[in-house]
Design a protein around this ligand. Structure first.
Ligand code: 4AZ
Length: 348
């Protein structure tokens, strides 16, 4: 791992190195979203340094990590709908400011959940609209280790190849849990256009509400336990969330990019539920023509000739997760085995 670190590093709260400078941090999500005061730049690597992704949340049920999430303002966390079997808040807690799941976390804050809002059009068969909002019981105070991420505004464009980072405490390979002390992991993956992603994952599986990312060679991806967590891209000084970890055919397999809920499609839905302290929506722009707009494969509708378009239609798998001593189960993998594999075999 190579780290390029600019500025002082506060690993722990000490009198010389306080976590917050009282009075110096503004509290609105709009004015301070997407900033990482401790780590301004990271190159490669796997263990995420403390404070590098200060919006990362661990969603826990009865003390077990189940899913990731992202802090979007003082009292709301965004995650995936498939992490929840209902909108009951019973047993759920959200942990913020955490570097690891097992070691000492001096900057950590844990909150109970007051409300869970699942997207009304979430489809557990296709994973379409796999997005949820959690309202915390108490607003959290922003620190160097706890801050909101900016969200991709509805007019954002993420061309094929857009550099992105995904973070989480999920498995490090299919079937391999993150080892002790379960330090937050980060991985860099490029966006893979919806047309190509449909061709790879199966025509009809990737909707306009999804965004894909991954490397064709495999080896870099999100996995079980990362679900609900953020995929972000940097634009200038801020980090903008483009995706929510949703599903994939296995993890890090060659030619099978991970699939994420496309955050920019949900600006009005999110704003309809958050009346004060609106999240910071920022337009992400990509320069040039999207190479994906001319990508094609058998069964895929012909590319739209004028505007670089995003793609396709419906159908495919969801997923769920936990860690530590908690038992894992993945609806996603079960779904793939029962539905997708037989379908694949029929095609062959
Ligand atoms: C899961 O089972 C899961 N490779 C999440 C993400 C991905 C695959 C599986 C993406 O929760």
């Amino acid at each position: 791992m190579v780290l390029a670190v600019l500025g002082p590093i506060c690993r722990e709260s000490t009198p010389e190195c306080p976590v917050t400078s009282p009075g110096s941090i503004p509290t609105s999500a709009l004015t301070m979203c997407g900033t990482t005061p401790l780590y301004n730049r990271i190159v490669g690597g796997e263990d995420a340094p403390a404070g590098s992704w200060p919006w990362q949340a661990s969603l826990q049920r009865f003390g077990c990590h189940v899913c990731g999430g992202s802090l979007i303002n003082r009292e709301w966390v965004m995650s995936a709908a498939h992490c929840f079997s209902s909108s009951s808040v019973s047993g759920w807690r959200v942990s913020l400011g955490r570097q690891s799941l097992q070691a000492n976390n001096p900057n950590q804050v844990t909150q109970t959940v007051a409300e869970i809002i699942l997207h009304p059009n979430y489809d557990s068969d296709t994973s379409d609209n796999d997005i949820a909002l959690l309202r915390l019981s108490l607003a959290v105070k922003f620190t160097d280790y706890i801050r909101p991420v900016c969200l991709a505004a509805s007019d954002s464009v993420f061309n094929n190849g857009t550099d992105s980072w995904v973070t989480g405490w999920g498995r490090i390979q299919e079937g391999v849990p993150l080892p002790f002390p379960q330090t937050l992991q980060e991985v860099e993956v490029p966006v893979l256009g919806n047309r190509q992603c449909s061709c790879l994952n199966g025509v009809g599986t990737i909707t306009n509400n999804m965004i894909c990312a991954g490397v064709l060679a495999g080896g870099k991806d999100s996995c079980q336990g990362d679900s609900g967590g953020p995929m972000v891209s940097q634009q200038g000084a801020v980090w903008i969330q483009s995706g929510v970890v949703s599903f994939g055919f296995g993890c890090a397999r060659p030619n099978l990019p991970g699939v994420y809920s496309r955050v920019s499609r949900y600006q009005s839905w999110i704003n309809s539920h958050i009346s004060s302290d609106k999240p910071g929506f920022v337009q992400f722009t990509s320069s040039g023509l999207d190479a994906d707009s001319s990508y094609t494969c058998p069964g895929l509708p012909a590319p739209v000739s004028t505007v670089p378009a995003i793609t396709t239609t419906t159908t495919d798998p969801p997923s769920t997760t936990p860690s530590t001593q908690c038992k894992y189960f993945s609806v996603g993998i079960l779904f793939q085995l029962l539905i997708r594999l037989p379908l694949e075999q029929k095609k062959m």
